[in-house]
Design a protein. Structure first.
Ligand code: NAD
Length: 423
């Protein structure tokens, strides 16, 4: 099943449970606009290379399209369509007035020089400029894109429209109109939800072992936040492999070591030395193995389709937090449900990122700076309310949290669609 088919299945499951009007399901199952662009870029060696880019605008009944731009060699239209649809649903789960969109370029940015990356980014903006804008579609960072790339996008778009327009993207550096707390928002939002769930399940942080798959922006920050709260982070992985340490991992030390040694799996000795105790050990594990190691909470923060029908039955965690988009396939969901594993779905667990992006949009619009404390308080409030709404729907519909999150979102979207008198 393709990623977009997974998304459609999730929409269908929720629609069936909530007895949704078929017309609403049809609207939500089809993106409003799909843009595919060819991007000619002059490389440093003088040769011209063509890259493929996409922007999908899934739905804007609740507000302007919103969603990141991914630079990855495996980006394709199906993936971007799925990610765009999840953005619509995600914004609605947390009740912010934004719709869904997503973009991507087929490229491995690590193979490009900084100048080439900038030229590619600016070319992409030139090609999609007619369909983006602060009130139309507001991109943001995703895998392999960052604040610097967002600043290039804002600058190029401002040149095209002939006025300063920082509000065309979010996730900008602070000095370019960004907001405090955006880089930690996705993980922080997930942690707020996990804390509520832990409380409900009567679990104690100090007894809770955590594995983080994907030690990047979202996963690395999550490991830090959880360790600071007293959780025991015992495993971590990145694209090159993983590390499992029985006495725990110090996430900050791991972060510094990863920068020095390029990948977490080379940091085992370093981690063992930090503990300096008899019996402290770390083992290198593969990307597949780390998911199946002993732990209480498994944080998925890499890419989609990590837990599938082929490995779901071997997952030992009690709780899965999906900071990544689409890491669990619908078939895996069924297996995890039968094993009694609680999955906090992506559309809730990682919604903190777009929530703080929305704050950035408000900040850019009003010209008033939000403090880090204001951002955090408001983020916590929104994530906590969303959690309670989803939990209530899970109880009402006797459903999984994913189904309940879709029901929460779709009910709000249905009201918006009806309000606009479309049907
Ligand atoms: P990132 O590029 O900073 O980090 C991704 C990490 O995953 C990297 O460390 C990479 O090495 C690792 N990885 C890749 N394949 C792996 C594999 N098979 N096993 C283990 N690790 C692997 O990206 P990010 O911004 O942290 O995003 C990660 C996920 O979170 C994506 O699905 C993204 O869409 C989602 N997300 C991110 C944000 C955000 O604000 N950063 C917001 C919402 C959702």
């Amino acid at each position: 099943m393709s990623l977009f088919e997974n998304t459609l299945k999730q929409i269908r499951n929720a629609s069936t449970l909530m007895k949704l009007d078929e017309d609403i399901e049809i609207i939500l199952s089809n993106p409003q606009r799909i843009v595919q662009v060819s991007l000619p870029v002059r490389m440093d060696d003088g040769k011209l290379k063509i890259f493929q880019g996409f922007r999908v605008q899934h739905n804007n009944y609740a507000g302007p399209h919103k969603g990141g731009i991914r630079y990855h060699s495996q980006v394709d239209m199906g993936e971007v369509k799925a990610l765009a649809a999840w953005m619509t649903i995600k914004c609605s789960v947390v009740g912010i007035p934004l719709g869904g969109g997503k973009g991507g370029i087929v490229v491995n940015p690590k193979e490009l020089s900084e100048d080439e990356l900038e030229r590619l980014t600016r070319k992409y903006v030139q090609m999609i400029a007619p369909v983006i804008g602060p009130k139309i579609d507001v991109p943001a960072p995703d895998v392999n894109t960052n604040g610097k790339i967002m600043a290039w996008i804002a600058d190029e778009y401002s040149q095209i429209v002939g006025e300063e327009c920082p509000g065309v993207v979010t996730g900008k550096p602070l000095e370019a109109g960004g907001i405090e707390g955006r880089s930690t928002a996705t993980a922080q939002g997930g942690v707020y939800v996990l804390e509520e769930l832990m409380n409900d399940m009567g679990l104690k942080r100090e007894d809770t072992k955590v594995i983080v798959q994907g030690y990047g922006n979202a996963g690395g920050v999550a490991a830090n936040l959880l360790a600071d709260l007293g959780y025991k982070v015992v495993g971590a992985s990145d694209s090159q492999g993983g590390l499992f340490c029985n006495y725990g991992i110090n996430p900050q030390e791991l972060h510094s070591c990863k920068i020095e040694k390029n990948t977490v799996k080379n940091c085992g000795l370093h981690m063992t030395e930090i503990h300096g105790m008899d019996g402290a050990s770390c083992k290198k594990v593969s990307n597949d193995e780390i998911l199946e190691e002993e732990c209480d909470v498994l944080v998925l923060a890499a890419l989609e389709n990590q837990i599938t029908a082929s490995n779901a039955s071997r997952i030992k965690a009690k709780i899965i937090i999906e900071l990544a988009n689409g890491p669990t396939s619908p078939e895996a969901d069924e297996i995890l449900k039968s094993k009694g594993i609680t999955v906090v779905p992506d559309i809730l667990a990682n919604a903190g990122g777009v929530t703080v992006s929305y704050f950035e949009m408000l900040q850019n619009e009003s010209g008033k700076k939000w403090t880090a404390v204001e951002v955090d308080e408001k983020l916590k409030e929104i994530m906590t309310i969303a959690w309670h709404e989803v939990k209530l729907n899970a109880e009402t519909y006797k459903s999984t949290l994913r189904e309940a999150a879709f029901i929460t979102a779709i009910a709000r979207l249905e009201a918006k669609i009806m309000e606009k008198g479309e049907l």
